[in-house]
Structure formats: structure tokens, C-alpha cells
Design a protein around this ligand. Structure first.
Ligand code: IPM
Ligand code: MN
Length: 370
């Protein structure tokens, strides 16, 4: 039986509650003999700041480096609004992405039929939506230097962020997008702003060249990022895979997420390069939702995104694709039983809490496992 090392970083807010439900599922997989998951737990975000005075400790960083996958909850909250910029909760997440070189962020937006009415868009626009945003995650304006605020001495300050991309950064993330498209509807939209940004001009050039050389069988469409935002709310089902830079990807993926009815439903995967000898990629899996401090500790949070993130780990890190599908089916089955957490509650449905939703998914998984 294969053994995998998992590092759990529950973080802040609702992170620990949703992680507790995931833990039960991970333990189930080990008990069932599907694989042996060796689980360690660490601190990130505000929780790490309270314990170590930094957003992630060196010890946890090195655990993350040696893990087969990191399961990440959520970070941040008003409690840490005043902490120094480089120690703010988000810095822990950004450091994990950068130091583990997790350059490809996969953000699926799938609309479960049971939830199509919870979308802000009309049912017919989102029912059956199944798209994937591939966001570049270790470059661009998030990390570009200089990144400064300077005092100009005349009562004015100047803030600088730098949008910078090298050919290889664009190429490797686009490769991931084309490869994934081949396993789906074989279509990629590449979103940039080449009409105003040099990085957009290069992005367009590199994606086009890669397409010509290696992926001519995949349909490629270039789209300006602002138009992409508009098309996402106009006719989202026209998209299969969207590949885009770090900042546009941040924004477009929030739009795409909301099309599905709830942020509480969506998982994500952040992947690094495949190791030349083992073929394994460094990987971090996290729900798209944040720490939701307003409902933290109340047992109200939706654990589905966290659990669906583990389904992505089964698929992309552990080569357990059948089990990934079963776990996804277990989630869908719980929704079909009309069970809803508060964030997706609707008339006529049965409202339950975090732990009950976790248990229901586990029960369905048991049943599907036969
Ligand atoms: C996300 C988040 C992060 C980002 C924050 C928490 C730094 O919004 O994962 O989309 O901007 O990348
Ligand atoms: Mn975001």
C-alpha cells in the first residue's frame, strides 16, 4: 500500500472546523486500506503569528517541503489587521506558494445541479457549468520587484508594484493548461491585456508559440482579461480552460466561483514542477473560500470545498482517480439528499452544520465504496 505524507495547515477562522471534517475522511481512507496517509499538522497565518511571531515557522516550512501534499484551510481575520505587513496571515500562504514553486493554480468552477438556483445568474446560464481557471501563481505583480512605497518628500508618496513575466513562466503554466484541456473539452482561452501591458504582449506571444509547436490540436482563443470578466457573467458555459496571470487569475477566479452558487463549494490545487526522478509534483490544496471570521467557531461553515480539495489531491498527487470521483460523488449525493449548510441554504432544504455535512459525506463515501 502506498504511503503519502500529508501536512495539514488549518490556519484561522473556519479553517480548523473544516479541516476537522477532512481529517475524518483522510483517516477513513487509511483505515480502508486505500493508501496510508501519514498526517502531520502545523500552523499558518494568524495562528502561527500568535505562536511564533511569524505567519509560518521555518519548521513548518520544511515539513511542507517534504510533504507529498499540503492541505491548507484558510488564513486571516480582523484580529491581525494591525500586524506588520511581512507578518500578516496572507504572507504565510504566499511564502508557501513561492518557496514550494507552486506555479500552476487550478481553480475549477463546477455548478452542481442541486445548487444551480443558488447562483446569482439564471439557472440556464450556469446549470452544468464545468470550467477550470489555470492561474499563474508564483510570478507577476504579486512578487515582482520593486514593490515599494517611497516618500517623495513633498507631502506625496509613491507606490510601486511590478508586473514581470519571463518566457519560461508563461510557458510552463500554459503547458499545464493545454494538457488539462486535452482531458476535458480541448479548448483554452488565454486572458491578458496585450492592448495596454508589455507582459500581455509577451504572454500572447509565448502562448501562441507553444500552441503552434506542441498543442495545435487544442482550440486556442486569446481574450482580453476585461472582456473575459464580462463573458464570464454573460455566457460562462462558453469556457473550458482559462489560463491567465496571477492577478487576473485572482480576480477572474472569484467571478467564476460565484457563478456556481457558493464560494463554500470550490476547491483548488496549486502544483509545482514534476520532480525529474520521482515524477511527483509539490502540491498544496485549499478551498477557494476565506477564513470567514464572522461565522468561525459556530459550526456553521461548509466543509465541502475543503473535502473537495482532498478529492483534487487524490487525483493530482496520489494517482487515486477513482477514489477522487467517488469522493466527488459523495459530496453530490449529500446535496441531492437536500442537506445544506447555511451558506447554500434554500427554501425546502434541510439546514445542517459543519460536522453533520462532514458525516453525511463520509456515510455516502462508505456506501459508494461498497
Ligand atoms: C486567493 C487569495 C489570496 C490571493 C490572498 C489571501 C493572498 O485571495 O488565493 O485567491 O490574493 O492570491
Ligand atoms: Mn483571491
Amino acid at each position: 500500500m502506498a504511503t503519502f505524507k500529508l501536512l495539514l495547515l488549518p490556519g484561522d477562522g473556519i479553517g480548523p472546523e473544516v479541516m476537522a471534517e477532512l481529517k475524518a475522511i483522510v483517516d477513513w481512507f487509511t483505515a480502508k486500506g486505500v493508501a496510508s496517509f501519514e498526517v502531520e499538522e502545523g500552523l499558518v497565518g494568524g495562528a502561527a503569528y500568535e505562536a511564533h511571531g511569524q505567519s509560518i515557522s521555518e519548521a513548518d516550512m520544511s515539513r511542507a517541503q517534504s510533504a507529498d501534499a499540503v492541505m491548507f484551510g484558510a488564513v486571516g481575520g480582523p484580529k491581525w489587521d494591525g500586524v506588520p505587513y511581512d507578518k500578516r496571515p496572507e504572507a504565510g500562504l504566499l511564502r508557501l506558494r513561492k518557496d514550494l514553486a507552486l506555479y500552476a493554480n487550478l481553480r475549477p468552477a463546477i455548478c452542481y445541479p442541486a445548487l444551480a438556483d443558488a447562483s446569482a445568474l439564471k439557472r440556464e446560464l450556469v446549470d452544468g457549468l464545468d470550467m477550470l481557471i489555470v492561474r499563474e501563481l508564483t510570478g507577476g505583480v504579486y512578487f515582482g520587484e520593486p514593490k515599494t512605497i517611497t516618500d517623495l518628500g513633498n507631502g506625496q508618496k509613491r507606490a510601486i508594484d511590478t508586473q514581470v513575466y519571463d518566457t519560461y513562466e508563461i510557458e510552463r503554466v500554459s503547458r499545464v493548461a493545454f494538457e488539462l484541456a486535452r482531458t476535458r473539452r480541448n479548448m483554452v482561452h488565454s486572458a491578458e491585456k496585450r492592448n495596454v501591458m508589455k507582459s500581455g504582449v509577451l504572454w500572447h506571444e509565448v502562448v501562441s508559440a507553444l500552441h503552434r509547436e506542441s498543442y495545435a490540436d487544442v482550440e486556442l482563443n486569446h481574450i482580453l482579461a476585461d472582456n473575459c470578466a464580462m463573458q464570464l457573467v454573460r455566457r460562462p458555459k462558453q469556457f473550458d480552460v482559462i489560463v491567465t496571470d496571477n492577478l487576473f487569475g485572482d480576480i477572474l477566479s472569484d467571478v467564476a466561483a460565484m457563478l456556481t452558487g457558493s464560494l463554500g463549494m470550490l476547491p483548488s490545487a496549486s502544483l509545482g514542477a514534476a520532480d525529474e526522478s520521482t515524477g511527483r509534483r509539490k502540491a498544496l490544496y485549499e478551498p477557494v473560500h476565506g477564513s470567514a471570521p464572522d461565522i468561525a467557531g459556530k459550526g456553521l461553515a461548509n466543509p465541502i470545498a475543503m473535502i473537495a480539495s482532498f478529492a483534487m489531491a487524490l487525483r493530482y498527487s496520489f494517482e487515486l482517480k477513482d477514489w477522487a470521483s467517488r469522493l466527488d460523488q459523495a459530496i453530490a449525493a449529500s446535496l441531492e439528499k437536500n442537506l445544506r449548510t447555511a451558506d447554500i441554504m434554500q427554501d425546502g432544504m434541510i439546514q445542517i452544520g459543519t460536522a453533520e455535512m462532514g458525516k453525511s459525506i463520509l456515510n455516502e463515501l462508505e456506501r459508494l465504496a461498497g
